[in-house]
Design a protein around this ligand. Structure first.
Ligand code: SF4
Length: 91
């Protein structure tokens, strides 16, 4: 089974009203931003026209962006509230 096939088995329940990750929209260091854009396995970060764009829908909750942000690109990172987020299927 390919990685794309495995990702297709995941179930997401998205909180449309609240993102569990808040980015710092005023942060402009392109090098720091691109590190996160390239690292997110779900490709949820885009850098368009000098601006970071983020959508939390489809987040795998891996924490990679949180670790790489060093408190700069991301203002806050929390797991989604109970009942929301990704559901992994084992086996
Ligand atoms: Fe992407 Fe992982 Fe950050 Fe979610 S937690 S936005 S999947 S890097």
């Amino acid at each position: 089974m390919s990685i794309d096939d495995k990702l297709g088995t995941l179930k997401f329940t998205t909180n449309e009203e609240k993102s569990h990750i808040i980015i710092n929209e005023d942060f402009t260091d392109e090098k720091e931003i691109m590190r996160i854009v390239k690292a997110c396995p779900a490709e949820l970060y885009k850098y368009e026209n000098g601006k970071l764009v983020f959508s939390h829908e489809g987040c795998l909750e891996c924490g990679t962006c949180r670790v790489l942000s060093h408190g700069k690109v991301i203002k806050s990172w929390e797991y989604p509230e109970s009942g929301y987020g990704v559901e992994f299927h084992q086996g």
